[in-house]
Design a protein around this ligand. Sequence first.
Ligand code: NOJ
Length: 954
Amino acid sequence: MRLKLTHLGRIVGITVSLASCLTLIKTVEAVKKEDFKTCSQSGFCRRNRAYADDALAQPSFKSPYIILKDSVKLGDSKVYAEVKNTETDVLLTLDLFILQDNTARIRINEKNPIKPRYDDHAQFTIANQLIDSSVHKTSRAKDGVITILLDNTNKRKVIITSEPLRIEFIVDEKPIVSLNDRGFFNFEHLRTKESHKPKMVEKTNDEGAIELVEAESEKDLWEESFKTWTDPKPNGPESFGLDVSFHGFSHVYGIPEHSSSLSLKETKGGEGSYDEPYRLYNTDVFEYAADTPMSLYGAVPFMVAHQKDMSAGVFFMNPAETWIDIVKTKPEQKNTAQKAFSFGKKVEDTKSTQTHWMTEAGVLDLFVFLGPSTKDILRQYHAITGTPSMPQMFAIGYHQSRWNYINQRDVLEVDSQFDKHDIPYDVIWLDIEYTDEKKYFTWDIPKFPDAIKMEEELEHKGRKLVTIIDPHIKRDDNYHICQTAKDNGYFVQQPSGGDYEAWCWPGQSSWVDFSSPAAREWWKSEFGFDKFKGTRENVHIWNDMNEPSVFNGPEITMQKEMIHYGKWEHRVLHNLYSVLTHYSTAEGIKERTKVAQRPFVLSRGFYAGTQRYGPIWTGDNMVDWESLYYTNPMILSNSIAGISFSGADVPGFFGNPSPELLVRWYQAAVFQPFFRGHAHIDTKRREPYLLDEPYRSITRASLRERYALLPYWYTLFFEAHKTGVPMMRPMFMEFPEDEALFTTEDQFMLGSGMLVKPVTSEGTFAAEIYFPGDQPWYDTQTFEKIQHNGYKTVEAPIEKVPAYYRGGHIIPRRERARRSTSGMKLDPFTLVIALDNKGQAHGELYLDDGETYDFESGAYVRTQFIYNNGVLTSKNLHEDPSSDAATKYAASIKDVRIERIRLLGVEQPEHIHVVHPDATRTPVSFEYSVATGYLTIKDPKTLVSQGGWRIEIQ
Ligand code: NOJ
């Protein structure tokens, strides 16, 4: 049977047989922008944008939404009110909840919808029980203005104005965030086509007479076309829009995923602005371009605003397609309606950022976080959506992938080449070609005759295998997965009934409906070792194409009218599909062993909450310098939106890198959370050992540096798991007062103790680095002290990535070269102590078994190191150090010691002694480098699992 693929976006005009689907060939071309909608091609975006433009154009514009005074109910920490659209008389309900920790939730829904609007997604996104906060006082004035005093200082309050509806958050007498400030709130109620009264407007006809015609906004309400597709839109218009203003904030961040700057750009005029809103709609964009607000594989509707003394955040919890306009304005640009709302309050003459959120369907459900710092905002956001899961130790080592390692021999050959060249790595990956005709959960047996044996050989070296499992299932009556899903109704359905079918890698496919509880349970069970034959404990999973990518669908994804469990259209939950896939797979991996191991599942699609299930990567990037540059702002934008475990294909997916680009990309990725080499099927092999010298040695050194830093990385992952504060941080998160850093995206902080500025341009052997603060920095390679505030040019020859320890911090390292993380388990530590100007420093080390969930019941070591007045001490930060779990784990690493201490920025000492827990004193040998002023203390033999020792440097 031969099929003509007429629209595959990525596969244009190729004739392939089903049997030859194994090697679908891609044509190499740049992103096809015309395959993706602009705002004006998306009916609801166009309508909401036009609504906003009309509001701005009419000086007398007043939002038609008012609170019905008699409907208001004031509770202890909540307000309920009915809101009327005075143009249509449609009633809405407004619920405002004041939650713990400077958080508020606002929900607006239809009071009497003709059928329910989609709200079920909240159960997948809200990870924790929301706790109300008792407020100081709630009162209502005669004019209907409701004031909620959040505490008894009168400093933090929420003001709700009735006519028109407006909600304002005030801190220290200054408005921080306001909703419907510009009157763009617009809520399209559900209706039948028959009951719909079209909006009519006056128009002068050709004869000069005025006649009534249907308004432009009436276009596309009941059917919408894009290219060759028609979206039947059985529910008609059901979108909503809301403006959110951040007063006094010149910068907003987050809302990934876009290949764009860290500080988000304006989208409607302004310097260097985009002319389209940022779009959140998970899509598989082939060869995506840099510097655009086009949507990519993931969508997190969470935005953080930051100014010198304050941060604020909003989470627009909704998985339907969303567009966000951003404009920045001076206060004097406020319109008349806004001025009337100022309540005589003083607004500082800084720029404000005004955003306009437009969502296709569902219920308006918005969280506002008032920080006050960015780290506080992240804690508040993660209290709702859950903190990132704690990965296994191997997951943060180096991963080696390509599309494809062609057979079992190839896999083992690549594996042994790493060892031959003394290059560490932890995981080797198998892309789609390992399967029997892209039938996931099967093997191409001639190529992989004994997968278990291959996995055992990897296991022998402490290594893992990751195999790809995509959510599209080949239509084939002899394929058990397809058969079970078909028989049990686990596939997404067509509106007219029957399984949805379209094209993806296997050819004709159907998509598992992960919103169905039964389908999720079934999917999980398929990862059992008895089901997914050929896998064992060291096999983990990669979920790709889960936006979902549909080669012959509109915008390379699923038609919005397809039907999910509960009869919900795909439209209402599109961005959630990837999380449900990711969740089901991760749970399956967790459940397949008697003792649960932390699963490793990489996903391409993502949404709020993804952080609970595993890492993501930035998809099919290009092998070029510009794409390397964008890895930093993209990963930082993910980080600030809670997706802290992310990375990019190293050194780019499409194309063949020059050795210089490859080296620079590996150097950058050492400091990015997820570190995987991956390549398109048409590229030349580029495993690090294939490089010529000096590039091979330089890349080996980079990978060894990654492994040396793993104790620091792991401690940072634990911090993220506990608090939501990401490992890779924008500079302003650590230096919130320094305005020079608010747009910095080419250098970043790794935790609070390291600054990194990767070289991302060709032929560049120097770097201009901004050193913030008044404390010293220390070069991580030469230990040279840099006491400088502001920009400084440093040399960056090819073997050097500019990275610095921050004065005042202690960084734990493990410096013995090993094949993989498993060989490092009992290795001793090196502590780098980077002193501040007062001769002080502190830092932490977190350690557990790196595999199971035993750490949750106390099987871990958490030690704080403190250096003060020439004395290094340690403090046990374990919550319950005498518990069985704690003591048992400590016993398992009882001999693990500190073998070296590097003290940076210190005078030459005369003696160094260790004072042991039993008070005995032993001298320790040391070396001092006069040239750079650093001290190496040799083998003090202090144990990391045991406190009570100190090292005295005199
Ligand atoms: C698309 C993914 O983005 C890419 O990484 C992968 O190699 C191909 N799918 C084939 O599975």
